[in-house]
Design a binder for this molecule. Structure first.
Ligand code: NAD
Ligand code: DAU
Length: 352
């Protein structure tokens, strides 16, 4: 793996993955980060990388929906490995506006697969980042395994399921070397504050309402983002081609308990900023349509075949996350004020 295309590297997980690859892992090649810089893409996330890794890191502002632009990048950089994160990723947005989800998640993935097929001779791996949401919802017991049938319930998860099926089909039909990982809810540094945990941390800090959907008893399995990155890299290096791997944090929790945990940690770590206990800000609001009740991940295959387990507990990962948002006020202010959007428009034009 010499020239790795990482798509969506300016988003939450992509940023953490590129940092992990260049700063910590044994990857020795070059990273070409392609990102369209949608509302979720923040170029400040990797501001320091071009100087620190000038010979190993390149950012390209491009859209995976544009096959011509992507083709030039595949050829110019002699891409031999793809790690595909780029996606519209927020379930609520997919309910109010599914179009971009179909175009980016399905058509964008199709474009990358076609280019990978054209460059088949040098392609070592196409790794698809997917989600546990493709499996639908669980009852009280059990967990998703790699053999659980796909039953997506939102436009977001349906679009991810469609793209996973294409990746699988390109392996079966064209013998493309692929791997797929289906992971649970990530949390940690650089997450855009529309997702539950960063939204609750920042609202709690600012004394704003903490909206919990429905009865708050929906369950997610929380995975600290660095643990996800180590899993992806292990799969890319040693995973069997054509295989799918589940990645989970072994940290199932009801949403209301997550929000209470955030409140208590913010109270503890930012005591002087607001005197009242933050739990008083919690309110129950109208439920999300089609809201999946429970996700849980069985990652026996990843543990058994590749020896991977998550390092962080929910307590330790949450502590690191709350501390990161407290210590990185400049990043938070740029995101909250929209300054990063004005910077992108100045750099790349009004249409971005
Ligand atoms: P994110 O929304 O934070 O980042 C997505 C990135 O993709 C952004 O930088 C955005 O600018 C870029 N992008 C969007 N459309 C693009 C396009 N057409 N062309 C090029 N770039 C484009 O998402 P995330 O939370 O980092 O998720 C990354 C991947 O992981 C997604 O595929 C998502 O489905 C998957 N995933 C996320 C989670 C989670 O908990 N966040 C869990 C499981 C799987
Ligand atoms: O499971 C993996 C998925 O996790 C990823 O594929 C998605 O890209 C990612 O966005 C995430 O999806 P969720 O819908 O689970 O994440 P979200 O942070 O939006 O919501 C987590 C839970 O919290 C969910 O049950 C809805 C609830 N919620 C969310 C928000 C934003 C609230 O109760 N209040 C809120 O304000």
């Amino acid at each position: 793996m010499k020239n790795m295309l990482v798509t969506g590297g300016c988003g939450f997980i992509g940023t953490n993955f590129i940092r992990y690859l260049l700063e910590e892992s044994d990857f020795e090649g070059r990273v070409i980060n392609v990102d369209a810089l949608t509302y979720a893409g923040n170029p400040f996330n990797l501001e320091d990388m071009e100087q620190r890794f000038s010979d190993r890191y390149t950012f390209m502002h491009a859209d995976i929906r544009n096959r011509g632009d992507m083709s030039r990048i595949f050829n110019d950089y002699e891409i031999d490995t793809v790690c595909h994160f780029a996606a519209e990723s927020h379930v609520d947005r997919s309910i109010s506006g599914p179009d971009a989800f179909i175009q980016t998640n399905i058509v964008g993935t199709f474009n990358l697969l076609e280019l990978a097929r054209e460059g088949r001779d040098r392609l070592e791996l196409f790794h698809q980042i997917s989600t546990d949401e493709v499996f639908g919802s669980l009852g009280r017991d059990g967990a998703f395994t790699e053999d659980t049938p796909y039953r997506p319930n939102s436009p977001y998860s349906a679009s991810k399921a469609a793209s996973d099926h294409l990746v699988r089909a390109y392996h079966k039909t064209y013998d493309l070397p692929v791997t797929i990982s289906n992971c649970s809810n990530n949390y940690g540094p650089y997450q855009f504050p529309e997702k539950l945990i960063p939204l609750m941390i920042l609202n709690a800090l600012e004394g704003r309402p903490l909206p919990v959907y429905g009865d708050g008893l929906h369950v997610r399995d929380w995975l600290y983002v660095r643990d996800h990155c180590t899993a992806v890299w292990a799969i890319m290096k040693q995973g069997k081609r054509g295989m799918t791997y589940n990645v989970g944090g072994a940290s199932e929790m009801e949403n209301i308990r997550i929000v209470e945990m955030v409140c208590d940690m913010v109270d503890e770590l930012a005591a002087s900023r607001l005197d009242n206990p933050r739990r008083g800000l919690i309110g129950f609001v109208k439920d999300r349509p089609g809201h999946d009740r429970r996700y849980a991940i069985d990652f026996t295959r990843l543990k058994g075949e590749l020896g991977w387990t998550p390092e962080e507990s929910l307590e330790s990962g949450m502590r690191k996350t709350v501390s990161w948002y407290l210590d990185n006020r400049e990043w938070v202010d740029r995101v909250r004020s929209g300054e990063y959007r004005s910077w992108i428009r100045k750099q790349y034009g009004e249409e971005v």
